[in-house]
Ligand binder design. Structure first.
Ligand code: DX5
Ligand code: ZN
Length: 221
């Protein structure tokens, strides 16, 4: 099980200290949300910020590109220190070349799917990716409410993984708090991205440990 704090929910007046605080929790991944104002109606931060916080932690940098033109961003983010990069299946014909490009850059590949998008869009790419990211809110903003209907998508991703003997991770992102994380774990998720659900707690380490315990207890045995 991986619990990945999402820096989007951190205090932006002191991002370096917040990244270091996330690192001290022992979390393996730090989730970095990149929004371009086109693919989603919000703008977050770019490669310069990722580069600035890279020396502060050894965590795997999990870069989530909510961007219409990842083709022009993959290299800058790889150079800035991304270890894995997730693009969106909604990009259609761009998806396969983008996957190749991420591989060519030597980074791990994630493929995200928005709540309204059918799982049939994801299916042709399952063998090409290291993780699928089931969005459990419409992307663009932190602090939104979990969309329960997405649980069936987690079950589908887990069933396909079993049937095809694949090993991609199944990540969830959006509205992940202890109770929703437990439902996702029961449905088959193994990677939990949480912004508000973790950073709202003063003691981030304790919050992360609690979420880990919760999902471990809820996961199918
Ligand atoms: C949403 C982002 C998420 C966001 C989640 O568009 O992709 O990673 O940080 O935030 P919370 O956990 O607050 O819903
Ligand atoms: Zn995200």
């Amino acid at each position: 099980m991986i619990i990945a704090p999402s820096l989007l929910a951190a205090n932006f007046t002191r991002l370096g200290a917040e990244a270091a605080r996330a690192s001290r929790t022992g979390a393996a991944w730090l989730h970095l949300d990149i929004m371009d104002g086109h693919f989603v109606p919000n703008i977050s931060f770019g490669p310069a910020v990722v580069k600035a916080i890279r020396p502060l932690t050894k965590m795997t940098f999990d870069v989530h590109l909510m961007c219409a033109r990842p083709d022009i961003l993959l290299e800058p983010f790889a150079k800035a220190g991304a270890d894995r990069m997730t693009i969106h299946v909604e990009l259609g014909p761009q998806v396969v070349p983008l996957i190749w490009k991420i591989r060519a850059l030597g980074r791990q590949v994630g493929l995200a799917i928005n709540p309204p998008t059918s799982m049939s869009e994801l299916e042709p790419h399952l063998e090409r990716v290291d993780s699928v990211l089931i969005m459990t809110v419409n992307p663009g903003f932190g602090g939104q409410e979990f969309i329960t209907e997405c649980l069936t998508k987690i079950q589908q991703a887990a069933a396909w993984r079993d049937q095809r003997r694949l090993s991609y991770r199944i990540a969830v992102d959006g509205g992940i708090h202890n109770s929703t994380a437990a439902s996702c774990a029961a449905a088959g998720a193994d990677t939990f991205i949480s912004g508000t659900g973790l950073f709202e707690h003063k003691n981030l380490t304790a919050a992360l440990a609690k979420m880990r315990k919760t999902v471990e207890a809820a996961a199918p045995k």
